[in-house]
Design a protein around this ligand. Structure first.
Ligand SMILES: [Zn+2]
Length: 342
């Protein structure tokens, strides 16, 4: 089979590898479409090791495809089924790889992917017939954002503020909409990404152009806090930016009992005010990866009529042009680049 391999900075290749074979408890999936993640781009531009992509290995973890081989012990999965996977559970732990490495070296850029100890609803997920592969390829990044939204335990009427209009921030819009949240402000400094946020139904704000808290107050209104301070009327704030100032801006402006969900990777420690944590009774919640329930939610969100998220796919390449697709994904104007197999 043709396999997309990682060798180092700006060094990715399509090579011939033997096609994997399913053991008694495994399935082999023929990849139909794959997405290039920010993680893959980080490996391509900087270094794969910190993101679990080591030189000489297959990589890619966002894909959909068709089951072509099924071990004799596998239940509820059959050849021909249209599926996606939980890449973090593609092989069991205990073989010297952590869950990040297991996921990020899944081999979405290869023609076939082996899923060991395959179990429907655990590491393999069936796609509804109504959801075409070219949209379903967004299931994995949408699952990341869905996990964040699900961590907030929303009731549906909240107003939301999302920091960052990259793939995860844009997916957060769809995840929030899927939970009945329709009033969403998204802040970023990139007008192209903000235009996409607007296309998905959010209110965009370029934080280069002024004060985000003032903008949120103007859009959503203010509410009084327990110390008679003016607070922004957003029940949930989602950090998909990873900028340190997000935390203090939240503490300064959050309303009582609101929640900050941190999905972004922060590179540095920040200061925060325990006084306001107490006075406002706010929650700071970390969100890492996803659960099987989040993946099911993401599939349902994509299958929803009117889901506009597939607009974030800014380019598609045939698998034979995988090397070009990686270069395209590394361009700052790209949001999501997809690779389609023949
Ligand atoms: Zn990803």
């Amino acid at each position: 089979m043709k396999a997309g391999m990682y060798y180092g900075i700006k060094d990715v290749r399509l090579e011939d590898l033997p096609k994997p074979a399913a053991g008694k408890n495994d399935v082999v999936i023929k990849v139909v479409s794959a997405g290039i993640c920010g993680t893959d781009v980080h490996a391509y531009l900087h270094n794969g090791d910190p993101v679990g992509i080591h030189s000489g290995n297959q990589f890619g973890h966002e894909f959909v495809g068709q089951v072509v081989e099924c071990g004799e012990n596998v239940k509820d999965i059959s050849a021909g089924m249209r599926v996606t996977i939980n890449p973090t559970a593609r092989i069991p732990l205990g073989r010297g790889l952590n869950s990040t490495e297991i996921a990020d070296m899944s081999g979405a850029f290869s023609e076939y992917v082996l899923v060991e100890e395959a179990k429907m609803g655990w590491n393999v997920f069936q796609l509804p017939d109504s959801l075409p592969f070219e949209k379903a390829v967004l299931t994995e990044p949408l699952s990341v954002s869905t996990h964040g939204v699900n961590c907030a335990g929303l009731s549906g009427g909240e107003k939301a503020l999302v920091y960052g209009a990259g793939t995860i921030g844009l997916c957060a819009i769809a995840a929030l909409q899927n939970k009945g949240v329709s009033q969403i402000i998204v802040s970023d400094i990139n007008d192209g990404r903000l235009a996409m946020a607007k296309e998905l139904g959010a209110i965009p704000f370029n934080s280069k152009n002024g004060s985000l808290p003032d903008f949120v107050k103007a859009q959503f209104g203010t509410v009084k806090g327990n110390s008679d301070e003016d607070c922004i009327d957003a029940g949930v704030v989602i950090d998909c930016a990873g900028v340190g100032s997000v935390i203090s801006e939240f503490m300064d402006n959050a309303k009582t009992l609101s929640k900050l969900i941190v999905i972004a990777v922060h590179g540095a420690n920040v200061e925060l005010s325990p006084y306001w944590l107490l006075a406002k009774e706010v929650s700071l919640i970390g969100s890492r990866g996803y659960t099987p329930a989040d993946i099911q939610d993401a599939i349902a969100a994509l299958a929803r009529p009117g889901c506009r998220l597939p607009a974030i796919i800014t380019a598609r390449y045939p698998h034979g042009d995988f090397v070009k697709a990686m270069a395209k994904a590394a361009e700052p104007s790209s949001i999501k680049v997809a690779v389609d197999y023949e």
